[in-house]
Design a protein around this ligand. Structure first.
Ligand code: NAD
Length: 549
């Protein structure tokens, strides 16, 4: 950081520090720094504390009319003063996570072209092919711990948002910092702009991406190959997180790169971990064993298949053969129940095709398959009918109902519907947050199956150990740590994910488990010693102003 300050002083004179969000303290610059950087007269005279600044931010934030306005306000702060931004978000994480990430970030992406104020991160377009390394060299900070990259094709449940998908890497990296203390100066959001098939965007004069259809096939693959090579040579220690790529690319790119690069795909692996964490947490309420669950997934894409695969792996640890474990996972996709003999089934889905009749109606399938859990990962809002949910409650004393699709409008059912239609007996979780629901005098707190419980902690463990790869076992460990962190009070309210206020402690526990696993799998030479929690804890960024002189 000191070199960075020196560079700014030399290039622009000291007062430029006011315009550098990573260093700016605004009205909190103390007298001696005002002297040193020549800030007198450029700031109101009274020096105030970060706590006082935060209170002013919260007051302004609360005066905003809607969530998008709040998002715009917080992004403005992010662009002015990152320390204050993180101090506020960390302290108010329950309130602000739904604003800086899902669901509000979805709307922000849809309007990104209109909201754009100031660039953040790197845009690498297909026009840059052959010179991606040079584009990466334009990034001034050479030490990068985490990159989140998207090509914008499957933004949350909102489909192709092209270059407007940049809101996602920016939001995810904010969560890396807020939830796990990854140093914000060492994060880099990247948008790979390979075009869009969203006609509204192509027709929109304010669209900021390149105006051509998506590059596909070999050309696309060569472009991503060049990107991966360039990133790992420019930033050899970085973790690369793939985010919101379409189903057709996400799994195959994960399979292609995961053994040669320090990379992961949160939509598949992070979702898998949070899904399995939800099932493990539910056990503490239902009393069922993991192997007694029968999961019916509504949606067989990245998220659904990822959860089913990790759940199956968890069962193999209990001695269940993988084929039998997969028989506990049933899938419905846009063409009905996934059964053997169905045509055009992708390789990812094939291991889960069941020996059964082909059915299409959800309630009919529930009655025939008799699942203990119904897991919505379809991106189809309101697709769980009252009849379907009531069938789950007829079959099970404590049915699991997860409506994981994002944003809120895509949720398969609301918390209110799930609790009311099961007379308060279901264990419910959703992708986007819902308010508590009271049924017959009992208040249920819906869990938010938010990947933010997983990827920041896993990322911190990888960054701390410089593990050369990210293994499936690490995600299973993350799921277990989440379930272990539930308190009696959480379970009493039917809550299967801990309160977000505890997320930094949880991320640290996950990071330690991941770090120890990296050592066990010989993926690192770093020794965490006998107190990994202390060592990794010290690496975590906390949003405090540092003394510059
Ligand atoms: P995807 O496009 O890969 O998969 C969607 C699946 O839904 C496909 O199998 C498709 O055939 C199926 N589908 C579509 N219409 C259907 C219908 N009418 N009936 C039955 N199935 C239908 O998407 P994905 O990455 O798997 O994500 C799905 C949803 O899950 C999104 O809304 C996403 O936001 C959400 N998600 C939530 C979390 C979380 O809560 N932690 C994490 C990741 C994804």
């Amino acid at each position: 950081m000191t070199d960075f300050i020196q560079m700014i002083k030399e290039l622009h004179g000291g007062s430029h520090i006011l315009h550098e969000p990573l260093l700016n303290k605004g009205t909190a610059f103390p007298e001696k720094e005002r002297d040193a950087f020549g800030l007198h007269g450029l700031l109101p005279p009274r020096v105030i504390t970060i706590e006082e600044q935060k209170q002013r931010i919260i007051k302004n934030y609360n005066s905003k009319q809607n969530d998008l306005e709040k998002y715009i306000y917080l992004m403005g702060l992010h662009d002015r003063n990152e320390t204050l931004f993180y101090r506020t978000v960390i302290d108010e994480i329950e309130e602000m996570m739904p604003i800086i990430y899902t669901p509000t970030v979805g709307e922000a992406c849809q309007k990104f072209g209109y909201l754009f104020r100031r660039p953040r991160g790197l845009y690498i377009s297909y026009l840059d092919r052959g010179k991606i390394k040079a584009v990466l060299q334009n990034w001034q900070i050479k030490e990068v711990d985490v990159i989140v990259v998207t090509d914008g094709e499957r933004i949350l449940g909102l489909g192709d948002q092209g270059a407007n998908g940049m809101g996602i890497p920016i939001g995810k990296l904010s969560l890396y910092t807020a939830c796990a203390g990854i140093d914000p100066s060492k994060t880099l959001p990247i948008m790979l702009d390979v075009g869009t098939e969203n006609q509204d965007l192509l027709d929109d004069p304010n669209y900021l991406g390149v105006k051509h259809c998506r590059i596909r096939g070999e050309e696309y693959d060569e472009f991503i190959d060049e990107f991966m090579d360039a990133v790992s040579s420019e930033f050899p220690k970085t973790l690369i997180q793939f985010e919101d790529f379409a189903n057709r690319n996400a799994s195959r790119l994960l399979r292609k790169y995961r053994h040669n690069y320090r990379m992961m795909n949160d939509d598949i692996q992070g979702t898998a971990a949070i899904g399995v964490a939800g099932i493990l947490g539910s056990q503490k309420i239902t009393g069922r064993k993991l192997e007694e669950e029968k999961l019916l997934f509504y949606g067989a894409g990245e998220a659904g298949i990822g959860i089913g695969e990790l759940y199956s792996q968890a069962l193999t640890k209990k001695g269940v053969p993988i084929e039998l474990a997969r028989e506990r996972c049933w899938y419905i996709d846009s063409r009905g129940l996934l059964v053997k003999g169905r045509e055009n089934v992708s390789d990812d889905k094939k291991p889960f095709a069941q020996d059964f009749n082909h059915l299409s109606d959800l309630t009919e399938i529930i009655q025939a398959v008799k699942p203990t859990a119904l897991i919505g990962v379809s991106g189809q809002g309101q697709s769980f009918s009252q009849e379907a949910i009531e069938s789950m409650a007829t079959l099970n004393d404590r049915p699991i109902i997860f409506a994981l699709s994002n944003p809120t409008s895509k949720s398969e059912c609301t918390a209110e519907q799930a609790y009311q239609w099961t007379k308060g007996r279901c264990v419910f979780a959703s992708g986007s947050p819902f308010d508590p629901v009271t049924v017959n005098g009992v208040t249920h707190i819906p869990g938010q199956g938010n990947n933010a419980y997983v990827f920041p902690g896993v990322g911190l463990g990888i960054v701390a150990t410089k593990s050369s790869k990210v293994s499936d076992e690490m995600f299973l460990l993350a799921a277990k740590k989440i379930a272990e962190s539930l308190s009696e009070a959480d379970l009493k309210h039917g809550r299967i994910f801990p309160p977000l206020t505890t997320i930094r402690d949880l991320s640290l526990k996950i990071a330690c488990a991941v770090g120890v696993e990296a050592i066990k799998e010989n993926l690192t030479e770093i020794d965490l010693g006998d107190q990994p929690e202390k060592l990794i804890g010290k690496m975590m960024y906390s949003a405090e102003y540092q003394d510059y002189i």
